[in-house]
Write a protein that binds this ligand. Structure first.
Ligand SMILES: [Mg+2]
Length: 201
């Protein structure tokens, strides 16, 4: 199968790293209360961060210039190990990210350091649905609600939407695609989609 996955918020824990290293020090220096990822209710960070949006944007650019994408921790949700296993079984893993192309060197370095499989390559795009369609993606992993539904609506892919604080307030039966599945256990759900439920007898 062709498995597509987003990076930030799915495999790479950008949000907590950005908060800890850039946003919270700025809040502390202004005598403001620090925040956690639970406070991030919109993926557009500036809507959840109690700083002037221009300050948040400047910190975001600074983080990228300082190579934040090289050093992000992976989430401990079993996905890295599962993707390695699926790659060994002959499935192809594609990384489809809305990061700017300019971050490619840091992104490749990060992928090497995490030992994530590299079979399908990395795609930097603002139109993920189109890329998923062109690549013939069967299953896509996403953390952005609108993005997940757009991919499910416009392509043949089934989409696993990983539950995060910035998408939980968005769920609605009126806006959610039939082929989007919200998950708290992405590794289990992905494994079931690709390999079928395990049979122990
Ligand atoms: Mg994401």
């Amino acid at each position: 199968m062709r498995i597509g996955t987003d990076l930030d918020g799915v495999l790479a824990d950008f949000p907590s790293t950005f908060l800890e290293q850039y946003i919270n020090p700025a809040l502390e220096s202004r005598n403001q209360k620090t925040i956690t990822t639970d406070d991030i209710k919109h993926w557009e960070f500036e809507k959840s961060i109690p700083l002037n949006p221009m300050v948040t944007d400047t910190l975001y650019r600074k983080a990228i210039a300082e190579g934040i994408f090289r050093f992000l921790p992976t989430y401990h949700n079993g996905l890295v190990t599962l993707l390695q296993e699926l790659d060994l079984r002959g499935h192809t893993i594609y990384y489809i990210t809305s990061r700017d192309q300019g971050t490619s060197e840091d992104t490749y370095e990060w992928l090497n350091s995490t030992k994530l499989p590299f079979s399908g390559g990395v795609y930097f795009t603002k139109n993920k649905a189109r890329v998923c369609e062109l690549l013939g993606i069967d299953i896509m992993l996403e953390d952005l609600y609108e993005q997940a539904n757009e991919i499910a609506d416009k392509t043949e892919a089934s989409v696993l939407l990983i539950k995060r604080p910035w998408n939980t307030e968005m769920y609605s039966p009126y806006t959610m695609s039939m082929r989007t599945k919200i998950t708290n256990s992405p590794a289990t759900d992905l494994e079931n989609l690709v390999l079928g439920p395990r049979c122990d007898f």
